[in-house]
Design a protein around this ligand. Structure first.
Ligand code: AMP
Length: 509
C-alpha cells in the first residue's frame, strides 16, 4: 500500500450520490456531498497556511463537519489530532505545547478560554460548533476546494491520538496512512462489511474506536451509517430496524439490556454487534444472546495498534475472549521481563507485530524504543494468554497486576469469581499498599438492585474457589465503578481512593 488514506477511502466517490450517513442535525449526506465538504474544508486549511506534516488539533463536539475535518486534514497532507471534548483548558495547554499544531479548531463556546493558550503555542485558531458553523465553516464556504489530494507515502503520519494516560504523561501515538488503511481493510474482510451495511455510529470521534474502526470500515466498504451525536439507548433502539450493525463499548450493551424493547424482533434487521475498548462481561454476552439471539463479537485493540484480534464472524464467538489475530497481525505471549516466548495457556505480556502497529510516540524516541522488542513486536502492556483453541484472553493491564506477599494475582481471575456470585453485578479488584504483604487486595463490588451482602459473605463465598492469597482482604460496596468515556474502569481512581486502607486497619488494631 502507498499513498494518501483519503484516496483509498473516498477517492473516486466525488460523483457518487449514494447515501453515506443520516444525521439528526444535517439530515441525509451522500458520499458526493461529504467529499465536497472535505474538499472545501481542506481548501480552508490550506488557505490558513497548512503545510504537509502540520498538525491540526481539534477539540469539537461530534458532528458531520468534525468527521469531514478528519478526512479533509488527511487529504491536505496534514496530521489529524483529535482531543477528548472533556479535556480542560489546562490539559489542552499540555497537548498544544507538546504537539505544536499549526491549526487548532475548537468550539466557539470555549474560544475565550482556549484562544490565548493556542496562540501562545503558535497555532492559528478556528471554530466549529455542534451544528457545523463557526469560523472554519465560514472559511470553507469561500475557500477554493482543494484541487488534488496531497501526495503522501504509506508510512507518513495521518493522525496522532493521545493515549488516555491513566498513569503518567499522555503520549501521542503516531499512526500512518498505511496503519489505518490496512486495519480498515482487514476489518471489512473479517466482519464482512459491504455497501449494503448500515452502521449505528454512536461512539465519540476523538478515540480510535469511533474515529477509525467505525468510520474507516464504513468508508472502505462503501457502506452507510446512522450518525448519532452520543450514545442514547432509546435512539439506538429506534435506529435498529433500519440498521445492520452496531459498534459499541461494553457499557452500550449493559445499558441496552436494561431497555424493555430489546428482543429478537427489535434486533431482527441487525446482523452484527461488535464490542471493544474494555472487557465485555461474559454474563453480558450470554444475556444478550438469550434476549436477541445474537452473539456479540468481541474484539481487542488499542490506540497504538488499531485492532489486533477479533472473535470470528463465522466460528464460535467465545465470551470472555477476544478471538484470533486479524489477517496480517501476529500475536505472541512473552515473559514481561525477558521477552522469552511463552506457550499455550501461559499468562504473559501480549506482544503484537503487523502493518497495524503505530510508528512510535510523538517526540518520545526513548519511550518508543523501550516499548518495542528488537524484532519489531510492540509490547502492549496487556497481560493475557492464548488458549488451546487459539483464542486470545486478556487478564488485565500489566500495571494492574497485584503482587501480594510475593505472589502474582491477576485481578480478572478474582473479578470473575466475584461477578459469578448471586447478587453481584460487577466488581473491580486492585492492589494497594499493605504493611505486611507489599500489596493487599481490595474488591470494589456493585450489587444488583435490592441485593444485600456483607463484606464477609463475599470473602467466605470465595473460600474453596480461590487460593487464600488471591482472596480480597477488603470488600467495599460501591454504587458504580468509575469509568472513562470509553467504558474502561479507572482502577487508578480506585487505588487512590482506597490508598491508605490497610495502614489504617493496622493502626486500628
Ligand atoms: P485505548 O488505547 O484507549 O483504545 O485502550 C486500549 C486498551 O483497552 C487495551 O490495551 C486493553 O487494555 C483495553 N481493551 C481494548 N479492547 C479490549 C477488550 N475487548 N477486552 C479487554 N480489554 C480491552
Amino acid at each position: 500500500m502507498a499513498g494518501n488514506l483519503y484516496d483509498a477511502l473516498l477517492g473516486g466517490l466525488e460523483r457518487e450520490d449514494r447515501l453515506l450517513l443520516k444525521d439528526g442535525t444535517v439530515g441525509a449526506v451522500s458520499y458526493r456531498a461529504f467529499a465536497d465538504q472535505c474538499a472545501r474544508l481542506a481548501g480552508a486549511l490550506l488557505q490558513a497556511g497548512l503545510q504537509p506534516g502540520d498538525r491540526v488539533a481539534v477539540q469539537a463536539e461530534k458532528s458531520v463537519a468534525a468527521l469531514a475535518l478528519y478526512l479533509a486534514t488527511v487529504r491536505a497532507g496534514g496530521i489529524y489530532l483529535p482531543l477528548n471534548i472533556a479535556y480542560t483548558a489546562a490539559e489542552i495547554d499540555y497537548f498544544l505545547n507538546d504537539a505544536e499544531p499549526a491549526i487548532f479548531v475548537c468550539d466557539p463556546a470555549k474560544l475565550e478560554a482556549l484562544e490565548p493558550i493556542a496562540e501562545a503555542a503558535g497555532a492559528k485558531v478556528l471554530t466549529l460548533d455542534p451544528s457545523g458553523s463557526g469560523t472554519l465553516a465560514d472559511a470553507a464556504a469561500v475557500a477554493a476546494p482543494i484541487a488534488a489530494t496531497s501526495s503522501r507515502g504509506g508510512s507518513d503520519i495521518a493522525a496522532i491520538l493521545y493515549t488516555s494516560g491513566t498513569t503518567g504523561r499522555s503520549k501521542g501515538a503516531m499512526l500512518s496512512h498505511d496503519n489505518l488503511l490496512s486495519n480498515a481493510r482487514s476489518l471489512v474482510e473479517s466482519w464482512r462489511f459491504t455497501e449494503k451495511d448500515v452502521l449505528i455510529h454512536a461512539l465519540p470521534i476523538f478515540h480510535t474506536h469511533g474515529l477509525f474502526v467505525a468510520t474507516n470500515v464504513v468508508l472502505a466498504s462503501r457502506a452507510s451509517m446512522i450518525f448519532q451525536p452520543k450514545f442514547d439507548p432509546d435512539k439506538v433502539m429506534e435506529a435498529m430496524p433500519q440498521a445492520t450493525s452496531l459498534m459499541g463499548v461494553p457499557t452500550f450493551y449493559t445499558r441496552l439490556l436494561q431497555h424493555p424493547g430489546l428482543d429478537r424482533d427489535s434486533t431482527a434487521h441487525m446482523r452484527l454487534f461488535v464490542s471493544g475498548s474494555a472487557p465485555l462481561l461474559a454474563e453480558t454476552h450470554q444475556e444478550w444472546e438469550k434476549r436477541t439471539g445474537h452473539a456479540i463479537l468481541e474484539r481487542y485493540g488499542m490506540t497504538e495498534t488499531n485492532m489486533n484480534t477479533s472473535n470470528p464472524y463465522d466460528g464460535r464467538r467465545v465470551a470472555g475472549t477476544v478471538g484470533f489475530p486479524l489477517p496480517g497481525v501476529e500475536i505472541r505471549i512473552a515473559d514481561p521481563e525477558t521477552g522469552a516466548r511463552f506457550g499455550t495457556e501461559e499468562i504473559g505480556m501480549i506482544e503484537v507485530r503487523g502493518p497495524n502497529v503505530f510508528q512510535g510516540y510523538w517526540r518520545m524516541p526513548e519511550k518508543t524504543a523501550a516499548e518495542f522488542r528488537k524484532d519489531g513486536f510492540f509490547i502492549t502492556g496487556d497481560l493475557g494468554k492464548v488458549d488451546q483453541d487459539g483464542y486470545v484472553h486478556i487478564v488485565g493491564r500489566g500495571k494492574d497486576l497485584i503482587i501480594t506477599g510475593g505472589y502474582n494475582v491477576y485481578p480478572k481471575e478474582v473479578e470473575m469469581e466475584i461477578d459469578a456470585l448471586p447478587g453481584v453485578t460487577e466488581s473491580a479488584v486492585f492492589g494497594v499498599k499493605h504493611p505486611d504483604f507489599g500489596e493487599g487486595i481490595i474488591a470494589a463490588v456493585v450489587l444488583k438492585p435490592g441485593a444485600e451482602m456483607a463484606e464477609q459473605d463475599v470473602i467466605k463465598a470465595l473460600d474453596g474457589r480461590l487460593a487464600g492469597y488471591k482472596r480480597p482482604k477488603k470488600v467495599a460496596f460501591v454504587a458504580e465503578l468509575p469509568r472513562n468515556t470509553m467504558g474502561k474502569v479507572q482502577k487508578n481512581i480506585l487505588r487512590d481512593r482506597f490508598a491508605g486502607t490497610f495502614e489504617a486497619m493496622a493502626a486500628a488494631k
